[in-house]
Design a binder for this molecule. Structure first.
Ligand code: ATP
Length: 357
């Protein structure tokens, strides 16, 4: 089912938890709601669930306006952080519960519950009680229970946050597999950008209740619409260096270091000529004699991380981090000339932080 949020806002007294949000979610896609704590992810999910009614705006499921539709009439399945399984009921009875409430005959309910248990691969655990299950298994039961009524929309609120690191990885792949097998439109709340990158068709990134960007994960990483998006996606975060833009050249602020600007600037600067140069750590590399971009950095710290060497350095008084090939022997105190691979950098307006490209 396709969803549309049209100018949706949610106010709690003087707090605007969600501020004029407009997005369309395509049928069958898995969309992560991503952003720092308090940005409005859960509030958005609760509005989709019908637990909160938007203060303003229109919410559509398919062509149907659902603002005033009760949660139980929305055709949704929901999975919470703490699973919320019934402790006194067996796994089978937990999965059957929504069908029992809907007065589905027992035999049919049992068959459907077993079918769901197979989908989430827990058919060997049907007689157990929740406390006899691992966290990952409990989560599988919660997913089976959420899907048993064949909802049109699956809502997941930080479903992996109570699992240890290894199980998180396993369960996020499982959630993706199950979602694709069923083909259900799914909204997944997380504050973990790596989790969102790995699992989604699209990510909706929010900050302070406001829309920041809505894109496939790789686009969000490669083409951040503003500085916040660039910094939020990826680890280490995007390097941000204050620069001055002058007729075709970029000068690092408070230094004499500059280079010709190969990027097309599509947006006018809001004021002055100040901008932010955004470079991913992995896009720095040691300059060659022929490099047009050449910035001298003073190395402060050298760390070996897996296949790469992570340099912490300064260009002028601006700190940067660069992942470079370990074939170069670099010591703290060295001055190294860095270039940017394939002109892979961004320019953001210093004031509005919008990408100027
Ligand atoms: P987290 O990752 O910490 O769960 P979130 O992105 O899900 O955060 P929300 O829970 O949606 O954020 O909260 C958004 C803002 O709205 C916060 O400032 C929060 O304090 C506020 N808020 C949320 N629910 C209520 C409520 N019932 N009453 C008052 N304020 C609320």
């Amino acid at each position: 089912m396709k969803l549309a949020l049209n100018n949706i806002s949610m106010k709690f007294d003087d707090i605007t938890a969600v501020d004029n949000l407009t997005v369309t979610i395509n049928e069958g896609e898995l969309v992560c709601l991503l952003g720092p704590s308090g940005c409005g992810k859960s509030t958005t999910l609760f509005m989709l669930a019908g637990l909160y009614k938007p203060s303003s705006g229109k919410l559509y499921f398919g062509e149907k306006l659902v603002n005033d539709i009760e949660p139980e009439d929305r055709g949704i399945g929901m999975v919470f952080q703490n699973y919320a399984l019934y402790p006194h009921l067996s796994v089978l009875k937990n999965i059957m519960f929504p069908l029992k409430m809907a007065k589905v005959p027992k035999k049919e309910a049992e068959e459907r519950a077993i079918e769901m248990a197979k989908l989430v691969q827990i058919e060997h655990l049907l007689d157990r009680k929740p406390k006899q299950l691992s966290g990952g298994q409990q989560q599988r039961v919660a997913i089976a229970r959420a899907l048993v009524k064949k909802p049109n929309l699956l809502l997941l609120d930080e479903p992996l946050s109570n699992l240890d690191a290894r199980l998180r990885l396993e369960m996020r792949e499982e959630i993706r597999r199950i979602q694709q097998e069923v083909g259900i439109t799914t909204i997944f709340v997380t504050h973990d950008q790596e989790e969102a990158m790995s699992i989604s068709d699209r990510i909706l990134l929010m900050k302070d209740g406001k829309y920041q960007q809505y894109s496939p994960p790789q686009d969000m990483y490669d083409f951040p619409e503003n500085a916040f998006v660039g910094m939020f996606m990826g680890s280490p975060p995007l390097n941000m260096i204050p620069v001055m833009l002058n007729e075709g050249s970029i000068t690092i602020k408070d230094t004499e270091q500059s280079f010709p600007n190969p990027l097309t600037i599509n947006q006018a600067l809001s004021s002055s000529n100040e901008a932010l140069l955004g470079v991913r750590a992995e896009d720095w590399t040691i300059a060659k004699d022929t490099s047009e971009i050449r910035l001298t950095a003073l190395v402060e710290l050298v760390e070996r991380i897996g296949r790469d060497t992570l340099l912490s350095a300064t260009i002028g008084r601006h700190s940067i981090r660069a992942l470079v090939d370990p074939e170069f022997t670099i010591q703290p105190g060295d001055a190294v000339d860095l270039t940017i691979r394939n002109d892979r950098f961004h320019l953001f307006d210093a004031k509005t932080e919008a990408n100027l490209g």
